[in-house]
Design a protein around this ligand. Structure first.
Ligand code: PMP
Length: 456
């Protein structure tokens, strides 16, 4: 692209495009991405980067899949749109396919985004209880540090203060408890005991709040965006038992963890649970087109089937279940199955964690953890006190990776204001060489930023 044209693009972007979440910066021109192939993206100046975050944890099958473009094209040509007050073939086939992957029998409600899918789950939970005569159950319990979306209800469920406080008051009826953070658990307590204690805090909150007022608990199988917090299975399984004991529905947010990201078809398959509702988005279409799903247990759906006036679910969105998006999702799942991407997620995740292991020797690396192809590197100022890594230190590591052609993410909110956990979530279609590239860049960057290297 001509130099003048490139500058103009940046200027036009600056003048017209309000970027999501990123603060305005005079120094850094926005990255304008032009092309993607496999795990790599190219910006408008021809610089290539390995996208270690798959966009926003979503391009699971990698970039540049012609099959997905064709699936969208064919469907748009044949039948571009019908609202989901009716139905169409790709929506029916996809619902069946999702149930096959879940190995279960859910009703599939289509929307556009992860936030939408969670809003739908909250509304279904509230109406379900009402329909059963449990008219006081409206509260939704979630965890601090979790992210569940940006719309007012989903943001209310989110447990990250910095994302919320400027928009308050949010929706009422949302409660939070702390999740297990195994790296920061108290000394002298086993991981199992600690995780059971954290589950118990959910039960205590339900009881303190009057259990007849609680409609649902929502949680991710592991907290991804809040800093890759992987619970022990006793936690998740105990939370399910608690929900059952108190008549509370369990919503599992699989927006990131679904479709192979954690090394299983769905993240909750690591545990012995059967969620009442499951929300999914991102990897469902690998983000080629917007689509999300709220999967709802059949017997919950039954409560909406009575002939009584107003017993149906009075919710509609224009674009949810868009035929081309459903066709792309079907093709995306076909690719995942053909290329065994769930198994690859396990293999590549192990390769990545093994390769990153030596970074633990640096005195500013507190912890490295992962499951499947999602990983977090917790940066600290002091290994003993676990003081979260400073904004400057974390920012420098990310910028240095980018200079060497690797995009990584950051997250956290350990203490409001700190985003001290570097995150990795590369495409599941990555090659071994892609993963080795990530490892080698991180090794170089961490070594360059080391004050001293302790003996591991
Ligand atoms: N839930 C989780 C766990 C998420 O990570 C996200 C988005 N990062 C959402 C919900 C919201 O999805 P969306 O951005 O598509 O609304």
């Amino acid at each position: 692209m001509e130099t003048l044209q490139k500058q103009t693009l940046v200027e036009k972007d600056r003048q017209n495009v309000w970027h999501h979440i990123s603060p305005y910066s005079k120094e850094n021109a926005p990255m304008i991405v032009e092309e993607g192939k496999g795990s790599w993206i190219t910006d408008h100046e021809g610089n290539r980067y390995l996208d270690g975050m798959s966009g926003l944890w979503c391009v699971n099958v990698g970039y540049g899949r012609e099959e997905l473009a064709k699936a969208a094209y064919e469907q748009v040509k044949k039948m571009a749109y019908t609202p989901m007050t009716q139905s169409h073939l790709p929506a029916i086939q996809l619902a069946e396919k999702i149930n096959e992957l879940l190995d279960d029998d859910y009703m599939i409600f289509y929307s556009n985004s992860g936030s939408d899918a969670n809003e739908v789950a909250f509304k279904i939970a509230r109406q379900y209880h009402q329909q059963n005569g449990d008219t006081n159950r409206y509260k939704i319990l979630s965890r601090y540090r979790a992210y569940h979306g940006s719309s007012m209800g989903a943001l209310s469920a989110t447990g990250q203060a910095l994302r919320k406080y400027k928009y308050e008051p949010l929706t009422s009826g949302f409660l939070h408890v702390a999740p297990p953070d195994n790296y920061r658990k108290p000394e002298g307590v086993s991981i199992e005991e600690y995780n059971l204690q954290k589950a118990k805090e959910i039960e205590e909150t339900i009881i303190w709040e009057q259990k007849e007022t609680i409609a649902a608990v929502i949680m991710e199988p592991l907290i991804t965006g809040g800093g890759v917090l992987i619970p022990h299975s006793v936690y998740v399984e105990e939370v399910e038992r608690i929900c059952k004991r108190h008549g509370v529905l369990l919503i599992i947010d699989e927006v990131i963890c679904g479709f192979g990201r954690t090394g299983k078809s769905f993240g909750h398959k690591h545990f012995n649970i059967k969620p009442d509702m499951i929300t999914m988005a991102k990897g469902l279409t690998s983000a080629y087109l917007p689509l999300s799903v709220t999967a709802v247990r059949k017997d919950i759906y039954e409560a909406f089937k009575s002939n009584e006036e107003n017993s149906h679910f009075r919710h509609v969105n224009t674009f949810g279940g868009n035929p081309a998006a459903c066709a792309v999702a079907l093709k995306n799942i076909e690719i995942m199955e053909r290329e065994n991407l769930v198994d690859r997620s396990v293999e590549l995740g192990e390769r990545l964690l093994n390769g990153l292991d030596e970074l633990k020797a640096y005195d500013y690396v507190g912890d490295i953890r992962g499951l499947g192809l999602v990983a977090g590197i917790e940066i600290v100022e002091d290994k003993l006190t676990k003081e979260p890594g400073s904004k400057e230190r974390v920012g420098k590591l990310i910028a240095d990776c980018k200079d060497r052609g690797l995009i990584i993410g950051k997250n956290g909110d350990t203490v409001a204001g700190y985003n001290n956990i570097l995150t990795l979530s590369p495409p599941l279609s990555s090659t071994d060489e892609d993963i080795d590239f990530i490892i080698s860049v991180l090794q170089k960057v961490f070594s360059e930023n080391a004050d001293n290297k302790q003996n591991a």
